[in-house]
Ligand binder design. Structure first.
Ligand SMILES: [Zn+2]
Length: 447
């Protein structure tokens, strides 16, 4: 099918796409602990129905031990055609306080061409894209398709391990992860790297119990002050991560505009940026470090006492090219060495999630770039992503020959994980067309 035929077909599918997406958004499939579990199988059933209607007759729910079900399906392609694995997830983040939403989070509402609701973008839009791209071919797929829709992306995922346990299920020539977006609506973007994660907990103990700061304050080190001195050493005077030995480079793709970064991050007016290099460098090519948790007495009711023990969780984002377990060891060593006045601290190593760097010089990327060019009328730019997706690293490990393409309808205005999440419906249509063209071009190239 040529571009214009596909374009018309996709346009004709949009009322159904929107109805399906709204139906899916109405299911509050929050996967985090403490939320009603029955909505996850309910959402999975809607996904099965969407896929079957799209032509994936064998779309089915697969139970995941100790977790929420995933949805699988396969479509055979013509003999010798490449196989494409499509991934998205149906679980969502909690909505947060209702009063911060302009319309209720699980009642889809359209304003200015955007469909609002929790999960409308992350990542129910990804499911809508995959289903509609398949449907556009009306049962005559030019490539083989495997589709996996996860129910635990936003919580501890069991699928990461399932990938390692059943590698044959996930073999493909091209893997399309529809859980990302353009850096701005209408600007075609391919995400080629993900930062990894390295976490440590540091604990300081200096006294048996709290003691009167008037009677004892001075000679005795206060555990919280020790911890504060230690944590302050994580950044240098310019705000760069000070952990020695972590890869730090420059970003060659998109030059991410500071004003958009400020706006989307919600930086308060007058707050300066810290660190050196371009915004893209700092986001995608260099480490960043954050204290994400701190045990200390609350301000309310604070007593005049020396604090005997304090602890903090430190989380570092690890740039591509850096081994995350090594990064975690470097972070732990830095924390130990930063303890002041010869005080011994206890550092325990937590999570380490690998960074990812896509191979962008194969036929899969060529087809994706061509598809983007045909849809948007301009060249795509390459962007990184600040967060890690463990599943992707595992897919890269078990299918090293596969090209992994990350794209989707989660543009920077989508407010994923925040109140008033939304997806731009025109962008969603462009994403569907781009994915349909990708399938078409992969078949022509015999990737
Ligand atoms: Zn997501």
């Amino acid at each position: 099918m040529d571009v214009d035929v596909l374009r018309k077909t996709v346009a004709s599918l949009m009322p159904q796409v929107r109805a399906d997406l709204e139906r899916l958004v109405r299911v509050p499939s929050v996967s985090l602990p403490g939320f009603p579990p029955q909505h996850l199988p309910e959402a999975a059933a809607v996904v099965v129905d969407m896929l079957q209607t799209a032509g994936v007759e064998n779309a089915r729910i697969t139970e995941v031990p100790d977790g929420y079900p995933a949805v699988y399906g396969e479509l055979e392609g013509p003999t010798g055609a490449p196989t494409v694995l499509l991934y998205a997830h149906y679980d969502v983040q909690p909505p947060g306080p209702d009063e911060e939403w302009a319309s209720p989070p699980f009642e889809p509402a359209v304003r200015d061409g955007r469909l609002y609701g929790r999960g409308a973008a992350d990542d129910k839009s990804g499911i809508a894209i995959h289903a509609a791209a398949i449907r556009a071919f009306d049962g005559k797929l030019p490539v083989g398709i495997k589709i996996v829709i996860e129910g635990e992306e936003e919580t501890s995922s069991h699928l990461d391990d399932a990938v390692l346990d059943n590698p044959e299920l996930y073999q493909a020539d091209v893997i399309v992860v529809g859980d990302i977006g353009n850096w701005k609506v209408g600007e075609p973007t391919l995400t080629t790297t993900l930062r990894g994660l390295a976490v440590c907990t540091v604990e300081v103990k200096t006294l048996r119990n709290p003691v009167h700061s008037g009677m004892f304050g001075g000679p005795a080190p206060d555990a919280l002050m020790v911890l504060i001195r230690l944590l302050a050493g994580l950044l240098d005077e310019n705000g760069n991560t000070a952990v020695e030995g972590i890869v730090s480079s420059t970003w060659e793709g998109l030059d991410y505009p500071e004003d958009i970064y400020r706006e989307t991050a919600g930086l308060l007016p007058g707050t300066p940026l810290i660190g050196e290099g371009s915004v893209s460098d700092r986001l995608w090519a260099r480490p960043s470090v954050t204290v994400i948790g701190l045990d200390a007495p609350a301000v309310e009711g604070a007593a005049n006492a020396l604090i005997p023990a304090a602890r903090a969780v430190v989380s570092m984002r690890v740039p591509p090219g850096q081994d995350s377990e090594q990064a975690r060891a470097l972070l732990a060593a830095h924390l130990r060495a930063s303890a002041p006045w010869g005080i011994e601290v206890n550092v325990s190593e937590g999570q380490a999630g690998p960074a990812f760097c896509a191979h962008t010089d194969g036929p899969g990327y060529a087809a994706a770039k061509r598809a983007m060019r045909d849809v948007y009328g301009k060249e795509s730019v390459l962007m990184g992503q600040g967060g890690s997706i463990p599943l992707i690293s595992n897919l890269a490990a078990i299918a090293p020959q596969a090209e992994i393409i990350l794209w989707g309808a989660e543009d920077t205005a989508a407010a994923i994980h925040s109140p008033n999440e939304s997806v731009d419906l025109a962008e969603l249509e462009r994403c569907i067309l781009a994915e349909s063209l990708l399938l078409q071009y992969l078949a022509e190239q015999g990737a």
